[in-house]
Design a protein around this ligand. Structure first.
Ligand SMILES: [Mg+2]
Length: 262
């Protein structure tokens, strides 16, 4: 039986939303001379929308934003502005990652190494920009391990972003994976819905921005994957795994075995 571990990027590999993407969006608007900044609370709300371009584009329907910036009547003109802003924001984000401003979340590197060494297939599925996702993966697990990933699927390769299942279906098709062999690690309800709709088993590692969301479809809900010295808390467990302070490859195997029984 082949076994597959797929990570979401943002909020899973590192706390990239609050410490990276939000910082980069706001810096981009300051550079552009646009009198607009997202607060942490406003940005947490925007996380329900998959994709950075889509998050920016949604501002066209925000009365406060329209008071700060004259949104053009032409949809094409607005999308061109959005694309330019998003390109610059992605550059700022990549610089932040390269500067080491976003350390990996507990357990990601450990579980990556152990799963690869035990013959698992690893991948990343994100609807953020490809260059951003690759930079985060390289920075968190190191280039030696990231080179062993079967695929990093990101950006605009699918039209419908999370919570649509398209990115996970794309990865399964592209790598020839059986959906039932895949465990997805997500941090948000949006991502959980995407994985569940693709028929994949989901483990949630929540964070400050997503804590309290509805994770009822997840097999396991933990505060992180955990590491020696950085223990995780188990918030909900609907699987046959019995993780202690960290999630191990044996736990992932028990989760998949239980999912196959159901
Ligand atoms: Mg995420």
């Amino acid at each position: 039986m082949s076994r597959v571990l797929i990570f979401d990027c943002d909020g899973v590999l590192a706390d990239t939303e609050r410490d990276g993407h939000l910082v980069a969006f706001n810096q981009m608007w300051r550079e552009q001379g646009v009198n607009w900044q997202w607060s942490v609370e406003q940005y947490a709300e925007k996380l329900k929308i998959g994709g950075g371009k889509e998050r920016i584009a949604s501002l066209a329907r925000d009365a406060d934003f329209r008071a700060a910036f004259q949104v053009p009547d032409s949809e094409d003109a607005w999308q061109a502005i959005v694309a330019g802003w998003h390109k610059r924001k992605s550059e700022i984000f990549k610089d932040l990652v390269m500067s080491g401003a976003m350390p990996g979340r507990p357990g990601v590197k450990r579980l990556t190494r152990d799963a690869l060494d035990q013959g698992w297939t690893l991948a990343v599925c994100s609807t953020s920009a490809q260059a951003s996702v690759q930079a985060v993966l390289d920075s968190v697990v190191g280039k030696d391990l990231s080179a062993r990933f079967a695929g990093v699927f990101a950006g605009d390769i699918v039209k419908a972003k999370k919570p649509a299942p398209d990115i996970y279906n794309y990865a399964a098709d592209h790598l020839g994976l059986a959906h039932g062999d895949c465990i997805v690690v997500e941090d948000s309800r949006n991502g959980l819905q995407s994985a569940a709709a693709a028929g994949m088993t989901c483990v949630i590692t929540y964070n400050a921005l997503t804590q309290g969301e509805d994770f009822s479809e997840a097999a396991l809900v933990v505060s992180s994957l955990g590491d020696p010295g950085e223990p995780a808390t188990v918030a909900a467990n609907r699987s046959q795994a019995q993780p202690s302070y960290m999630v191990t490859v044996a736990d992932l195997e028990a989760i998949l075995a239980g999912a196959a029984v159901r």
